[in-house]
Design a protein around this ligand. Structure first.
Ligand code: DQA
Length: 147
């Protein structure tokens, strides 16, 4: 199957931006690790990042056509975007929400997520490994829905 991995604003700076919070791994490294993991389970990923809300919404719409799951780190849009929530509500596959940092340990404005109302699971505070954990979960759900 195909799995879409979406990244919101400022994540293009991953590895350079506030490394004390987000670490030194870049988004290119995250994509490579996810790509390897998916391939080992017989799946393929589409990996995107944008600083523009509408682009993320358009990718969620595109995912309706042929993606089995969306793994999304909406970044700051997590806390602001009813529009991304609405787009995800129009998608039928699995949805997992990932945050590199533990948003609950940070400022109170990061404690609420619009996207969590749709997510089948949420990972926060596991660093960039959170993407791989979410992907493993998607792979096992896809394996059990095959059987
Ligand atoms: C983030 C947490 C958000 O609050 C923040 O705006 C981000 C990244 C995370 O991965 O920890 O940009 O989603």
């Amino acid at each position: 199957a195909s799995i879409m991995i979406l990244n919101g604003p400022n994540l293009n700076l991953l590895g350079k931006r506030q490394p004390e919070i987000y670490g030194h791994t870049t988004l290119v490294d995250v994509e490579a690790a996810c790509s390897r993991l998916a391939a080992s389970a017989g799946h393929a990923i589409r990996f995107y990042q944008s600083n523009r809300e509408y682009e993320i919404i358009d990718w969620v719409h595109e995912a309706r056509e042929n993606m089995a799951a969306i793994i999304i780190n909406p970044a700051a849009f997590t806390h602001t975007s009813v529009a991304i929530l609405d787009a995800l509500n129009a998608f039928d596959g699995f949805v997992f929400e990932v945050h590199i940092s533990n948003v609950h340990k940070r400022e109170s404005f990061r404690h609420h997520s619009y996207v969590s109302a749709r997510a089948d699971g949420v990972i926060a505070g596991f660093g960039v490994e959170g993407y791989e954990f979410a992907l493993r979960r998607v792979c096992s759900l896809l394996a059990s829905s095959d059987g």
